[in-house]
Design a binder for this molecule. Sequence first.
Ligand code: GUN
Length: 305
Amino acid sequence: MSGARILDGRALSAELRAGIVTEVEELRAEGLVPGLAVVLVGDDPASAVYVSMKARACHKAGMTDRTVRLPADISRDDLFDRIDALNADPAIHGILVQLPLPPHLDPKAVLERIRPEKDVDGFHPLNVGRTFVGDYAHGFAPATPAGIVELLRHHDIHTHGRHVVVVGRSLIVGKPLAALMGAPGFNATITLTHRHTRGLAAITRMADILVVVVGKPKLITRDMVKPGATVIDVGISRIGGEGADDKPRVVGDVDFEAVREVAGAITPVPGGVGPMTITMLMRNTLEAALRIHRGSHRPVLAGTA
Ligand code: GUN
């Protein structure tokens, strides 16, 4: 048996979503219904699942949810027209274009087309910059890093002066998380590693908090984790389903059963970071509606130091 605390993202999400539902009810009574538009280009099955989970969560919380499904061969100009229409739509406060996009579409150009005030993913360069300068009252922190911050805070895992090692440097998770954790309010020492990093195990063993977002099952083995460290597993891979005894299942990047024996705290997959991500997207959408209609600028994030 292990001593690692399990950081339960489902339970914390349920708690935070209850607060969001209450706020949405109050806003609806005043005639303001927060609305999220989710744009899916093409028919990647995993993206289709994520998109419907996001839309359903917003719908259940009393928000307007609109899913815009577009063909994989849509031209850049036609996609821009659809984004422009959502930018101008007063019922829509948050716009999310699900990534990855088909190869003929440049994600940078597409993300820049979204009005920054409606960019609840926090991927527009203006919001990326605001995350870097720590302006959480005008920018949107991306949902997955924000969910990790809330999980740490809820479990009293402080970052001040501690070494956070991030494995994976994506725009969606690794880079913004490194930016957050190094900022005032968090005050961690950051190491951002990626596929070209040499001697990864020696670096992960130095982590007080190890965050992994790669998409390779069992990339992180027991010997790569310092005893007592907090391990946050953001990987999602579908494995199994090859035979009758081999049920299809979702796993993370961490060899969970082995690592939980040495870690101090660990997130499960599924049920760790995943549910938190959708909850933070809902929170950003609620804040977008308040910013656009009420001129309110509550910070979407606070430190954990
Ligand atoms: N693809 C994987 N994660 C995300 C996300 O958080 N937002 C968007 N837009 N696409 C994704």
